[in-house]
Every structure is written in C-alpha cells, then in structure tokens.
Design a binder for this molecule. Structure first.
Ligand code: SF4
Length: 168
C-alpha cells in the first residue's frame, strides 16, 4: 500500500485518499492502518484518509481521528502521556489512564495531560505536561508543568484533573 501510493504520488498531483484495505479486526487493523497511513502522511503524501476495520464503523472513525492526532494533524486534540507503571505504582493507574483518555475525547484544547504512577518520578518525568496527576497510596498529586498544585484522594483524582483542565 505504501509503495503503491508513493508510485502514484510521484507521477501525478491528484489528491490521494489513503487507506489500508481489508486491514482486519480492531487490534491489528488499527495497527496496520496507523503504520500505512501514518508513514505516508508523515512524508507529505495523502489528502484524505479512511480506516477499514472488521468492526463497528464508529471505531473506524475514532481510529482515523486518533491516527491524525498522533502525528500532530489535529492540534486542538489533547495529548495524553502516561507511564508504563512499575513497582512504585500504588494506584490503579491503568484504569485511571483509560478513564482520563475517555474524558479527554470531549476536550478540544492543544494541551498535554500526564497520568503518572508515582510522585517520585511522575512530576519530573512529565514536567513538559500542561497538567498531570501522579499517583500515591490511596491519593495522588495534581501538578502543572512539573510544579505540584495539591494532594487529592484517589477517588477524586479524575474529577479534580478534569476541573483543572477546564480552567486551562
Ligand atoms: S512514573 Fe513512577 S510509577 Fe511510573 S514508571 Fe516511572 S517510576 Fe514507575
């Protein structure tokens, strides 16, 4: 697919509609589409895209937006960064990161949001983030550009983060 589009792009200046045909089910289909479409868009090839999955079409649209956002083509979409968790993680970081990602789908701001597993390294590792949380034991810290704002109970972390994001 990549080679075919490169050949066409070299021979004409028609607008090109990118997509990986019959890419498969959700997991592998999104990976293949991201690799194929992303490789071309980052080389300046392609004008419109489609994602083809053996799945609910809503997932195809979501995946398309996510591919565009991940290569910086949707500047008003927030970027989520989150750590991989390790022995220092004392909260349900995976659940928290997924919940934050879901809530961010309704936010249209060019911001970076960090969800980090510990207060030891979290604020420092994510100091470029506009806003973030770092987990502790039953609580977490809210931080902004690496500076700690306040401590929040684990149960209130998600809502506290979203309130801060609304103020940005
Ligand atoms: S931020 Fe903390 S919990 Fe997350 S990977 Fe780094 S050290 Fe581990």
């Amino acid at each position: 697919m990549i080679e075919a589009y490169k050949l066409v792009a070299a021979q004409c200046d028609y607008p090109l509609h990118l997509g990986v045909t019959e890419s498969g089910t959700v997991r592998m289909g999104i990976i293949k589409s991201a690799v194929g479409i992303g490789a071309l868009l980052t080389q300046g090839i392609g004008d419109t895209i489609r994602v083809s999955l053996t799945a609910d079409p809503v997932k195809e649209v979501d995946a398309g937006f996510d591919i565009l956002a991940s290569i910086g083509l949707l500047p008003d979409r927030p970027t989520l960064v989150s750590c991989p968790t390790c022995g220092r993680t004392k909260i349900d970081l995976i659940g928290l990161a997924n919940a934050v990602e879901e809530r961010l789908r309704h936010v249209h701001k060019p911001i970076t949001v960090a969800v980090m597993g510990c207060v030891v390294n979290g604020p420092g590792e994510a100091k470029e983030a506009d806003i973030g949380i770092a987990g502790g034991a039953g609580c977490g810290l809210l931080f902004q550009k690496g500076e700690i704002l306040r401590k929040v109970d684990e149960a209130d972390l998600l809502d506290a983060l979203m309130e801060e994001i609304e103020r940005l």
